[in-house]
Design a protein around this ligand. Structure first.
Ligand SMILES: [Zn+2]
Length: 469
């Protein structure tokens, strides 16, 4: 049996029942030998003893490890984050995304004046003889490795109950003592977020484990049922509007974005890091669905179109399979614009919402591949989207609508496309809305008046080029 743990931590002993097991080590992997055969279907357990000082995160949360910090009053303020580098940075585990434990007890011992907040519900606090306290948190749902976390600080706590689609949802907030009054105002975005995302994505996926926001000494991360927060109690992304439209300053980026991951990352989880767009494209897209719900469709469109400025088109969104490698950071806003384009193609917001909610039902608490997501959307929208996804997920080129105007004739085609790309698109011909279906070959559309002006609907993430313009 393979158990992973990254140096400088090391495994010192593995025990099954009363028997100590032998193991060998190869880099981060430990291979444990059993004394007795372990039969498929049996439930057995082993205890792994480990020790050492875990790696420090150089740049949390983008590099994994522990962040050792102090609050303004000199109290310890400590947190873990490990997406990408893997949870075996700080505890021995089966460090792969394709499988999740079905529940988890996280027990952390801290100095008595400090509090540890992890995932799930606080089951008990044990007072130890040496004046430390052990916090036992229990997660009753499947959880991926990087979703697990510990957060230690001089926390104060406040809470509310949100009446959601599945009934009352406990919302608990843990913040540093000095920030309590700021948090009570800023965290009003939490229930606004739950309301918008339950509407678009379906019920919050972890009612049994509650919903939490926990202040940390880094920007934030989508830890399951204990979303971590370090956005400085300001709106926007550290005070900035990523869309430069003004809409990004109406809400706290970290509360909305990281909470969006409860649906796409924690409920629906990638099996392979190459498919990280399943987490980030849908969650970046969720930012504009939050706007759509609270400020209207036009605001949401302006926002997602505004985020195009950050698209690089440097490498495909999908990374390399089976080597723990994600694709381009375009998985955020190119991905969001791809989904916004898809909403135009579906041209039916009731159906589009049903597809988003359906994904969360169909793949409830599962790990998935890109293909499963693609096939589900193709199936439910009754469109073959394979070339569409190949273009936006597996290629760096943006489709270009090339056209030539000759009197009352419009000649047009798609250029810079993958094999079979034939996405229909809305154009405004002399200001009049029309669907056209370009392909790699030239097509001609005749109008009953002289064409003077052609514009592609800006909601489609494509380029346009008038060959004579
Ligand atoms: Zn994210």
């Amino acid at each position: 049996m393979q158990v992973d743990l990254q140096p400088p931590l090391k495994i010192t002993k593995v025990v099954q029942g009363k028997e100590e097991l032998t193991f060998t080590q190869d880099g981060n992997a430990y291979y444990v030998s059993f004394k007795n055969p372990q039969k498929v279907g049996d439930k057995n357990s082993i205890e792994v003893y480990y020790e050492g000082t875990p790696q420090v995160s150089i740049r949390p949360p983008w590099s994994g490890g522990v962040t050792w910090s102090k609050d303004a009053n000199g109290n310890d303020f400590i947190a873990t984050s490990c997406q990408g580098d893997g949870a075996s940075l700080w505890w021995p585990c089966k460090d792969h995304m394709y499988d999740e434990v079905d529940s988890m007890l996280i027990s952390i011992t801290v100095a008595k004046h400090l509090t540890n907040v992890s995932n799930g519900r606080l089951r008990s606090i044990i007072k130890n003889k040496d004046k430390t306290r052990t916090f036992n948190w229990f997660v009753s749902n499947p959880i991926n490795n990087y979703g697990v976390n510990i957060n230690i600080g001089d926390y104060v706590h406040f809470s509310e109950v949100y009446q959601g689609e599945n009934g009352p949802l406990d919302c608990d907030y843990y913040v540093l003592k000095d920030n309590l009054s700021k948090a009570k105002i800023q965290f009003k975005d939490a229930t606004r977020t739950l309301e918008a995302f339950e509407y678009w994505f379906g019920p919050y996926p972890f009612y049994e484990d509650s919903y939490k926001l926990v202040e940390v000494p880094y920007l934030g991360m989508e830890h399951q049922s204990s979303v971590t927060y370090g956005n400085g109690y300001t709106n926007g992304y550290l005070g900035r509007d990523l869309s430069q439209t003004g809409w990004g300053l109406k809400w706290d980026f970290i509360i909305i974005h990281e909470s969006g991951h409860e649906w796409f990352a924690n409920n629906i989880t990638y099996k392979d890091m190459a498919d990280m767009w399943i987490h980030e494209s849908f969650t970046a897209y969720s930012e504009n669905l939050f706007l759509d719900y609270h400020y209207g469709k036009e605001a949401s469109a302006e926002y997602v179109i505004g985020t195009r400025k950050s698209i690089q088109n440097d490498a495909p969104i999908i990374g390399s399979y089976e080597v723990n490698k994600s694709g381009s950071s375009d998985m955020y806003y190119k991905g969001a614009n791809m989904l916004h384009t898809l909403r135009q193609l579906v041209e039916d917001d009731t159906l589009w919402r049903e597809i988003l909610r359906g994904l969360n039902r169909e793949f409830y608490h599962q790990t998935v591949t890109t293909k499963q997501i693609e096939n589900y959307i193709s199936d439910k929208s009754s469109k073959d989207l394979s070339a569409f996804f190949n273009q936006y997920l597996r290629d760096t080129r943006i489709p270009v609508l090339e056209y030539v105007i000759k009197g009352n004739k419009l000649q047009y085609r798609w250029a810079q496309i993958v094999q079979g790309f034939d996405m229909p698109v809305i154009v405004y011909i002399n200001g009049k809305k029309e669907w056209i279906s370009p392909a790699a070959q030239w097509k001609i559309k005749e109008s009953n008046e002289v064409i003077t002006d052609v514009k592609v609907d800006i909601n489609f993430y494509v380029a346009e080029f008038n060959l004579e313009g």
